[in-house]
Design a protein around this ligand. Structure first.
Ligand code: GAF
Length: 396
């Protein structure tokens, strides 16, 4: 994350390679309002794009090579487009290129695969990246890189893929080039975001509906409380949770946990061991909470969704066990200070929580959370408000 304007930073970085941008692109991070770990179970999610964006400045090359550079690592990485097949797919995060560059280069590889393009015919490019999406905060800095890269190269190479196809390209890069076994939510949110709306996504059909949130009109603000506890989904707990879900579906005799409803939970309790049952219960009830949130928003407005956000957090804390003490403290303190509802957001094991707050109470809630962290001896959280923003786009 840079403090300066990331669009200017990306352009300047490209200039430092001796290249001049012919196009500039950006894609946002995302906040998930509700629906956690449901995406890879073919379920429902309800994210929105953040105002934080990753920018890429692009200059074509004549030699069939891709060179990527970013403000995170100003040593450029250069590969021949024709060699991408030899680098990807990779497994277990073992990259032949530095980890950050596996995101844009993996997207280039996945784009070529998706379009069935002949790599030897494709124009090379220099791509320079800068971002103000917080990294490791559960706000999907990775989908922002993927969305910006996919959009830029899709046009450079005249591939004509639509936004959903570009989201699938981003997910494939993340799964097979970076080695993180994630679902499709983040890439869809980053590609499809619209101001003042969240994307209600059915992860099985990939059908979407943009649902107006109306927070500002209702006098509400959505706060992000980044605990600054960093996480990564290419290692550890994320993959274990995914494996538990697959085990639960198999033992329950369904293709995916999406195919279970709350009416199946009694039967599940008789079949599954305690841990697998609780993992399954989280997914089944979380899917229902997404549906309830969308319906409640439409019928009663945003003030009525607080208890659904709260219940989602409890389910992630107790059943799915992906929260950490810092997230629980942020959520409990925000609620105690008057938030309408609060929950951790994203994959968990660190990252950020969100709180829906009366706009007039923002300072009181933020102050209470900061004080609680100081009292607990935790590093200071980073607290800011977000409003739903536009998805990936060409900026010039
Ligand atoms: C991460 C993943 F990338 C998403 O696909 C999703 O599973 C999320 O964690 C949890 O809801 O952001």
């Amino acid at each position: 994350m840079t403090d300066t304007d990331p669009r200017t930073d990306a352009r300047d970085l490209l200039a430092s390679l001796g290249a001049t941008a012919t196009s500039e692109w950006s894609a946002p991070g995302r906040v998930n309002l509700i629906g956690e770990h449901t995406d890879y179970n073919d379920g429902f999610v309800f994210p929105f794009a953040t105002p934080h964006r990753t920018h890429v400045a692009l200059a074509p090359r004549t030699d069939g090579r891709l060179r990527v550079i970013s403000t995170f690592d100003t040593v450029p990485v250069e590969v021949a487009i024709a060699d991408l097949d030899a680098i990807f797919p990779t497994t277990g995060g073992e990259h032949a290129v530095p980890e950050w560059s596996a995101y844009p280069l993996g997207v280039a590889w996945a784009l070529i695969q998706a379009a069935g393009a002949d790599p030897t015919t494709l124009t090379g490019a220099d791509l320079a990246f800068a971002s103000n999406v917080p990294v490791g905060a559960g706000l999907s800095s990775s989908a922002a890189i993927e969305g910006a890269t996919a959009s830029a190269l899709n046009e450079l190479w005249s591939l004509g893929l639509d936004r959903v196809a570009l989201a699938q390209v981003g997910r494939r890069a993340e799964n097979e080039a970076v080695g993180a076994p994630t679902g499709i939510m983040d890439q869809m949110a980053s590609m499809l975001g619209e101001p003042d709306a969240a994307t209600f996504l059915d992860c099985r059909s990939l059908e979407t509906d943009e649902v107006e949130l109306g927070f500002a009109a209702a006098g509400l603000t959505l706060l992000v409380m980044d605990t600054n506890v960093k996480h990564a989904h290419s290692t550890g707990g994320y993959g274990e949770r995914r494996a538990s879900c697959e085990k639960g579906a198999q033992l329950m005799g369904v293709p995916m946990l999406r195919d279970l409803s709350v009416d199946d939970l009694d039967r599940a309790a008789g079949i599954l061991d305690d841990v697998t049952f609780r993992r399954v219960r989280h997914i089944v009830t979380e899917n229902q909470r997404v549906l309830d949130t969308v319906r409640t928003l439409r019928e009663q407005g945003p003030r009525a969704i607080g208890s659904l956000l709260d219940a989602s957090h409890v389910s992630m804390r107790d059943d799915f066990e992906i929260s950490v003490p810092e997230l629980d403290l942020a959520v409990e303190t925000a609620r105690g200070a008057g938030a309408i509802g609060a929950r951790m957001t994203g994959g968990g094991f660190g990252g950020a929580a969100i709180a829906l707050v009366e706009t007039g109470a923002v300072d009181a809630v933020a102050g209470a959370v900061e004080k609680a962290f100081a009292d607990a001896g935790y590093a200071a959280p980073t607290i800011f408000s977000v409003s739903p923003s536009a998805g990936a786009r060409r900026d010039s």
